[in-house]
Write a protein that binds this ligand. Structure first.
Ligand code: E4P
Length: 215
């Protein structure tokens, strides 16, 4: 299972990179806005830090505009994956990108049927937003289960399931249990994954006992 970091904050990306767990990065317009920096500047810096897929989102909502943005974004770096919203015009652009060798991540997926369409259009990644479904009392992980189940039945679908809108460590655990290909994880959640109180208690005891060993 691959771990991407879900942020546009380069300080977080640098720190996560030192953990040795990072396979890629996802950004979106909201995350970029939070940095207060120019999109292009942020993308260039991320591409220098991480050697893996880096999702950069389009803001156009019609086929022609999305296509233009996809062309520009994909030329920035070989690792750029163009993130396209799951709307009919977006799906047209995904199919065009697939035909033109441009990698895509289809975002804002909230139903298994949408995920089926994205795979048929030739998306490289599908991003089900599980936290936002949980927020409205739906079962986000059930969506991931259904997508994995559907994709597993058809050899011709190469689309990877990228679990997005992750809110806490249990989302990462469940994503791994159902066989998702990728989880994109906020920095705050990434930092929590290794922690266990019994590890801390155990280590404190070992270190205290070590003090009693004649040196
Ligand atoms: C990543 O691809 C998504 O844009 C992101 O995970 C959305 O997360 P949010 O629901 O916490 O905004």
């Amino acid at each position: 299972m691959k771990f991407f970091i879900d942020t546009a904050d380069v300080a977080e990306i640098r720190e996560a990179q030192t953990m040795g767990l990072l396979d890629g990065v996802t950004t979106n317009p909201s995350l970029v806005a939070r940095t207060g920096r120019k999109f292009r500047e942020v993308l260039d810096e991320i591409c220098e830090i991480v050697d893996g897929p880096i999702s950069a989102e389009v803001v156009g909502t019609d086929f022609e505009t999305i296509k233009k943005e996809a062309r520009v974004l994909s030329k920035i770096h070989k690792n750029i994956v163009v993130k396209i919203p799951l709307i009919p015009e977006g799906l047209k652009a995904v199919a065009w990108c697939a035909d033109n060798g441009i990698a895509t991540n289809v975002t804002l997926c909230f139903s298994p049927l949408q995920a089926l369409l994205a795979a048929k259009a030739g998306a490289d990644y599908i991003s089900p937003f599980i936290g936002r479904l949980d927020d409205i009392s739906h079962d986000g992980m059930e969506l991931v289960r259904q997508i994995v189940e559907i994709y597993d039945q058809y050899d011709e679908f190469d689309t990877e399931v990228l679990v997005a809108s992750v809110r806490h460590p249990m989302h990462v655990l469940e994503a791994a249990r159902v066989g998702a290909d990728v989880a994109t994880i906020p920095f705050s959640v990434l930092g929590k994954l290794a922690h266990h109180p019994l590890t801390d208690i155990g280590l404190a005891k070992f270190l205290a006992d070590w003090e009693k060993v004649p040196q």
